[in-house]
Design a binder for this molecule. Structure first.
Ligand code: AMP
Length: 142
């Protein structure tokens, strides 16, 4: 079973982040620039929250706030649920499905080592299944 560690090995350990005092506009600029759907909110090197496109839609646009006048701290989700590198992609998919979100920071010994999205997890799952199908086809035809 593929682990979160294996995903990070392929995609890298970079995590794009903002501070809680950043404006929502600055966070959106980072999302657009890096072509990602969520940024981690970090204070004193500790993850304190997560801000995603959905927070903008639900807590800024629908609540008639403005991106330039709202801070990330006002609309982020505090204390994000995290995953460990040795956990499997099936565990990540189960967590994301049960909690209805698409991003998981990866924590090892209290240290942030990466972030995986639903896209990363689905890609890894497809590779895993493609490999299994190839093995079965080889077995059948040999
Ligand atoms: P997403 O589906 O990841 O765009 O996020 C949907 C909602 O869940 C937003 O309010 C996010 O702030 C929140 N969220 C995303 N990832 C996490 C996480 N790992 N832990 C807690 N909340 C999260």
């Amino acid at each position: 079973m593929t682990t979160i560690q294996e995903i990070l090995h392929t995609k890298g350990h970079e995590v794009w982040s903002v501070t809680p005092t950043a404006t929502v506009f600055q966070a959106l600029e980072l999302l657009a620039d890096k072509r990602i759907g969520a940024v981690l909110v970090v204070e004193s090197e500790r993850p304190v929250g997560i801000f995603s496109e959905r927070d903008y839609a639900r807590k800024v646009v629908l609540e008639d706030r403005t991106a330039r006048e709202t801070t990330v701290a006002d609309v982020m989700t505090s204390n994000p649920v995290c995953i460990r590198p040795e956990q499997t992609i099936d565990e990540a998919m189960a967590l994301m499905t049960a909690k209805r979100f698409r991003h998981l920071p990866v924590i090892q010994s209290d240290r942030l080592v990466g972030l995986v999205s639903i896209g990363d997890v689905v890609k890894a799952k497809i590779s895993e299944q493609t490999f299994a199908i190839q093995q079965l086809e080889n077995y059948i035809t040999s």
